[in-house]
Design a protein around this ligand. Sequence first.
Ligand code: UDP
Length: 329
Amino acid sequence: MPRTVITGGAGFLGSHLADLFIEKGHDVVVLDNLSTGNTDNIAHLAGHPRFTFIHHDVTEYIFLAGPVNYILHFASPASPIDYLKLPIQTLKVGSLGTHKALGLARAKNAVFLLASTSEVYGDPLVHPQHEDYWGNVNPIGPRGVYDEAKRFAEAMVMGYHRTFGMDTKIVRIFNTYGPRMRLDDGRALPAFVSQAIRGEPLTVFGDGLQTRSFCYVGDLVDGIFRLLMSGEHEPVNVGNPAEITIMDFAREILDITGSKSPIAHRPLPVDDPRVRQPDISKARALLGWEPKIGRREGLSKTIAYFRDRLDGRGAAPPGGGRAGATRPR
Ligand code: UDP
């Protein structure tokens, strides 16, 4: 029975990975300090004989007895409002946390996978983004704490791979959505859905002509599993290439929810990328992977989840703000 450690396993993506590896018959150990994750996301796994949760900050030394076969390093604040609120923690988990997780992988002779990000491409000058593109990142802007931490993490993973011959993988994750996203994480999707359901204005930042490409979480974790089992060591983009402007995305959410909310423009956050679309030719060729769930289907599932949360909890905190990080562009 393989034993798999997931750092950040109580977060949105980490918890879906925990489900997948349990399903595949692995023993799963989740490490999370719950700074942005939540045990609600893994509560259904509590008591499972192959599941363990350890409340731990992975920037501190990780002690784990027994064998480990796979380590997936997903711990990090990942939504813009979170890493703007937690800049030092974001830098630490990308650097010190990656170091500790790699150290554990080395000690256990485990396969290591880093959750990297499309943010390594910054505000890209090449479109769509292929893995060979080195990016256009502002190191000292507010998003730099996340972008540069992930770029450093990629460099450290390649350093361990080259120095110790470790079996490492790097996935560059593009915008992903689905159940268990936090309603208040400030990202476009939870913000728009909660605003649409409550009848509040949808807060479109800037002119709304910036683009993103949204991947359903079920497709994403399938791609990550395939990469983990592959022989590839260099970064691989995993995301859905279906690109849409944020304005059209807001309209689509109004349409699916049947909401009459107006759209209200707000200032564009600093260094907000103008475009983003993964070139997934490498994932297609190497992993035989491509997304299967279209936006309407994925959005319907996600909106049903958010409706339940909003009904169950009454008024959740608003999702639209990114205080202190905006300037007109
Ligand atoms: N966005 C928006 N309104 C919101 C939240 C986000 O218009 O309430 C925009 C944001 O400026 C960006 C896009 O939607 O251009 C996607 O933002 P998100 O935070 O979801 O992720 P990002 O891709 O920027 O990391």
